[in-house]
Design a protein around this ligand. Sequence first.
Ligand code: SAM
Length: 286
Amino acid sequence: MSGRSARRERPLEFREYHTPTNGIFFIARRRLLKARTPFQKIEVFETDSFGRVLVLDGLVQTTENDEFFYHEMLVHPALIAHPNPRRVLIIGGGDGGTLREVLRYPVEKAQLIEIDAAVVSAARKYFPSLSSSFLDPRAEVFIADGNTFIRQSDERFDVILVDSSDPVGPATVLHQKDFYGHLKDRLEPGGIIAAQSGSVFFQRSQLRKKAAFLGQLFRFARFYFGPVPAYPGGWWCYEFLSDRVDPVRPIRRQPPAGLKYYNLEIHRACFARPGIFDPFSERGRR
Ligand code: SAM
């Protein structure tokens, strides 16, 4: 070693605060991207524990090593419960992971509405295992505000998936009653909506509010749960919404091959309601 000790690169520490006194941090090898778009700040980190990490406005969106937990649980309960999903709409999801899981089914068309083109480009450059889905001929990716799209569109879909960021910035409207009312208008009869809903541990008051209005809009407004290691609390909540399909009804079809987390046992278990989750949120129970 030369007389001077090799200049040690200062480790790059990324911190996401879940409350003022706790959160998650990564010691990143390097930051591959730092950009500000008209909508948000985008960063991509290279880390040992989670692989590449996409961060928007300081919040972890997806990581290479744990994204399958989230994308499989957002997509498969709805796609497997629908008897014949042909046309699917994704709101958000600009990293391509949700789209990849949808395309495992023989759908005719999967339409993705992402507000920020820079997220799609970052996914194309840094997350090929997610964004390769954009190359599928059945995929249509539009850069637009999902809230505006569902108000102006007259198209209908068998399944709608809301893969939005948390209720900050452009995603705030995607967690409100008005948005869900318009989403419902875009469903084919017997259609299903699934959405990411947040952290049961840190966002219970938001979830209670959401459960109240979702229960007024849909006959079956069921919350379900699954692990996402890099997300606040490591345990995530999703919504399954439908007027015809009860998600806890036995599933007669096999899920696609090659999944890492979701299977029919997980499907049955994920709708079980833990004690801390108040019964009023479970409509559609006989
Ligand atoms: N899995 C992540 C999570 O649970 O936080 C979400 C990932 S995905 C990257 C979230 C995407 O929603 C972002 O790319 C963001 O730009 C997009 N988004 C936010 N508000 C939107 C809106 N109003 N219309 C369309 N896309 C939106």
